[in-house]
Design a protein around this ligand. Structure first.
Ligand SMILES: NC(=O)c1ccc[n+]([C@@H]2O[C@H](COP(=O)([O-])OP(=O)(O)OC[C@H]3O[C@@H](n4cnc5c(N)ncnc54)[C@H](O)[C@@H]3O)[C@@H](O)[C@H]2O)c1
Length: 479
């Protein structure tokens, strides 16, 4: 392999073996919801959903295919959104315009909160107070005081499930990446680079009945901007892959290209300092969607997770795109080859393979691609053929289930068993803390330390039944 950049049959099988454990874990993970389904029909969780806009309708489309839960109620302040929600789920749910009425519906056991960010906390809090399990979309909370208030509230209700909509936590591909790191295949992971670039970025909706609310993402009164809507997913990936949360953040942000009345930033670069010299660098720009990861095969967003022995390029799938995960190994250090020569040991096949591997990615393998050693001749040939096609970039390994389906199914399972979600309260809060402090760093143009959150917002949060007061408008300068 040293002189030949192509993956040989032997290399492919060896590489498959190396990630077998990671893949097995992912395969078990993907397989779990099928078991839940078998039990589901008689014991489905009756749920309601608050906010049937874009994300609410998307979740309802997926919820329709999941029989561990049954939609009995929907709520939105907009008639159009309510109509769309009812049509999408098709179960003739009760329809409410005031979320407090949905919460007092005794038939509702669990609530999905899919409203604009500034309403996440008051609705989640009132739902928990009403005894419901809650699935709240990311970013979990909006303000520092809500971090402390929600933590205290959830801890006082140990029988109620609290899950946050960070679906990468439920992706088999991301699960396999995490397993590879745990098995040491990437060595010491010291750096994550993540981007979410769009071209041209979010557009301002015009000629709509309530323009500010229809464009809530674009106004700091309701939204945490690019950091809350996009970076939140990828900060969570970095935390999970490095197994730690940041100590400090600094950055630069300005509004340069989208001058249509919005007050969020459109051009954001952030650097996060983690313990032991680790870093995350995140960028969000509006005028280009190119991503150099996975050989440029996908645009917009993805993460590169860099370690002393290798790097993973990874990006999530959705209804239209398959997830892609690629593994690049670091070249064997010349010192290791010299060492082997001195000891008069033959340079092993593995070492020569690794020496040439810098420019050739290997796919992150999932369930059906694994070499178990139990295959028939034909199965082995087919797996090898798939590996070869992956390596040539003709095929990519496919997740057997969309992570959104898994996160929803898993939520219902936890409602019944009292299990702890993979994307639980603390995952959601750490993610929200990062979003809140990143925006503070951008607003104030300084390094913000994560322990500052302990002293922030210790006053009372908004009283029950009332939305939290809008955040003070930050002084944002045009860049
Ligand atoms: N996990 C993901 O990948 C993902 C993707 C997209 C959006 N999201 C999140 O989902 C949430 C919603 O985003 P969206 O794109 O659907 O926004 P949206 O504007 O399309 O929908 C929000 C809906 O909430 C309704 N609403 C507003 N106030 C309400 C109230 N008091 N009671 C009931 N309904 C109310 C609006 O009428 C609207 O229909 C956001 O927090 C967003 O970050 C997550």
């Amino acid at each position: 392999m040293a002189d030949n950049q192509d993956l040989t049959r032997r290399d492919a099988i060896k590489a498959a073996g190396a990630v077998t454990l990671a893949g097995v874990a992912a395969a078990q993970f993907v397989g779990a919801p099928a078991i839940i389904k078998a039990r589901a029909a008689t014991n489905a969780v009756n749920f309601g959903i608050v906010g049937t806009g874009s994300r609410g309708a998307y979740l309802l489309k997926h919820l329709k295919g999941i029989d561990t839960g049954k939609c009995v109620a929907i709520c939105d302040v907009s008639d159009d959104a309510l109509k769309k929600g009812a049509e999408t789920i098709g179960t003739n749910p009760k329809q409410y315009k005031d979320y407090r009425e949905l919460l007092s519906d005794k038939n509702v056991e669990a609530v999905f909160v899919t409203t604009p960010l500034f309403l996440h906390f008051p609705i989640t809090r009132d739902a928990l107070e009403a005894g419901k399990h809650v699935f709240c979309e990311k970013s979990l909370v909006f303000k520092a005081e809500e971090v402390h208030a929600l933590r205290a509230l959830v801890h006082s209700k140990p029988k109620q499930v609290m899950q946050v909509g960070l679906q990468r936590r439920y992706s088999a591909m991301y699960g396999a990446a995490r397993q590879m790191i745990e098995k040491g295949l990437l060595g010491e992971v010291t750096y994550v680079q993540a981007q979410w670039h769009r071209n041209p970025g979010w557009k301002m909706k015009k000629d709509v009945p309530n323009p500010r609310m229809a464009n809530w993402r674009l106004f700091r009164e309701y939204s945490g901007g690019l950091v809350a809507e996009l970076a939140s997913h990828q900060i969570d990936v970095a935390d999970r892959m490095m197994g730690m949360t940041p100590e400090a953040v600094m950055g630069m942000g300005s509004r340069d290209f989208m001058n249509d009345g919005r007050d969020i930033l459109d051009n954001v670069q952030l650097i996060y300092k983690y313990p032991k010299g680790r870093r995350l660098v995140w960028t969000g720009i509006p005028m280009s969607s190119h991503w150099s990861g996975v050989g440029g095969a996908r645009t917009e967003m993805g993460e590169m997770i860099c370690g002393t022995k290798g790097t993973i390029h990874i990006t999530i799938g959705d209804d239209n795109n398959k997830p892609i995960g690629m593994w690049f190994r670091e070249p064997t250090p010349p010192s290791a080859i010299e060492e082997a020569k001195k000891k008069k040991e033959p340079v092993k096949a593995g070492a020569t393979m690794v020496a040439a591997a810098g420019s050739r990615p290997l796919p992150i393998l999932l369930g059906k691609d694994l070499m178990t050693g139990q295959e028939s001749f034909l199965e082995k040939e087919m797996k090898f053929a798939r590996l070869w096609l992956y390596q040539k970039g003709v095929l990519v390994p496919e997740e057997e289930k969309n992570p959104v389906d898994i996160e929803l199914d898993s939520f219902f399972k936890d409602c019944r068993t009292g299990g702890r979600p993979l994307a639980d309260l603390e995952v959601g809060l750490q993610d929200s803390i990062a979003v809140i402090l990143s925006n503070l760093a951008l607003d104030e143009g300084r390094t913000v330390y994560f322990n500052e959150i302990d002293k922030m917002g210790k006053g009372p949060a908004a009283p029950a039944g009332k939305p939290a007061a809008p955040a003070a408008k930050p002084a944002v300068k045009k860049g």
